[in-house]
Design a protein around this ligand. Structure first.
Ligand SMILES: Cc1cc2nc3c(=O)[nH]c(=O)nc-3n(C[C@H](O)[C@H](O)[C@H](O)COP(=O)(O)O)c2cc1C
Length: 189
């Protein structure tokens, strides 16, 4: 079993999503020590913006090959300016490839990568859940669900910590709860 672990936070050791994504990976590898983990730090080693050369590369990109090869994906994504970090968007631009991860049919688009399990560690400074004033501008979780669904991954698991910018106490409680949830993902799997 192959697991691809992606982090995209620019906040280094102060990142909530790095801690939560690591806890998800620990939970999964503790349950199955034979899992092979590949780690990509999209902030430390950023991919450039998509260009035509990259899009048209005949053999695809290493990022696409890694994605196709993975059985499990763990993604760390903080909400930056209402959506995902641009570092993660650059990665998505390399894996949403017609004919590889989706195709258009007469009945509409069809995802070709639905055989993967995906976990997303998501953190937000404010509150964007259903009924919250911010819900209408939540473009991080909703975007990731749309992208994953487009390639056929319809049941991702989100481990969410929110309200992190409210105050230190709120942050500590939200991150602790998310870490506890992350530590149990293997049990729920
Ligand atoms: C550049 C930047 C932009 C942010 N934009 C938002 C935002 O639009 N909405 C929000 O609720 N929080 C926002 N935040 C707060 C982050 O979502 C929060 O700090 C979260 O923990 C980020 O994940 P990370 O700690 O793993 O980087 C922003 C933080 C940064 C650094």
């Amino acid at each position: 079993m192959k697991l691809l672990h992606l982090d995209s936070s620019i906040l280094g050791d102060n990142s909530a999503t790095r801690a939560i994504s690591a806890a998800i990976v620990s939970s999964l590898t503790a349950a199955d020590p034979s899992i092979e983990v590949t780690y990509r730090d999209l902030a430390a080693e950023p991919l450039a913006h998509l260009t035509l050369d990259v899009l048209g590369a005949p053999d695809g990109t290493p990022e696409l090959a890694e994605f196709l090869d993975a059985d499990v994906l763990v993604i760390g994504a903080g909400m930056y300016n209402f959506t995902i970090p641009s570092q993660l968007k650059a990665w998505i631009d390399r894996v949403l490839i017609a004919g590889k991860t989706f195709r258009y049919t007469a009945q509409g688009p069809e995802g070709l990568a639905g055989d993967k399990k995906v976990y997303v560690a998501l953190a937000r400074g404010g509150y964007y859940g259903e009924g919250q004033p911010g819900a209408a501008v939540e473009h991080a979780e909703s975007y990731l669900r749309a992208v994953l669904g487009f390639v056929g991954i319809t049941n991702p698991t989100f481990v969410l910590a929110e309200g992190l910018a409210i105050d230190a106490d709120t942050r500590e409680k939200a991150v602790s709860a998310a870490l506890a949830e992350a530590g149990e993902v293997a049990i729920a799997a």
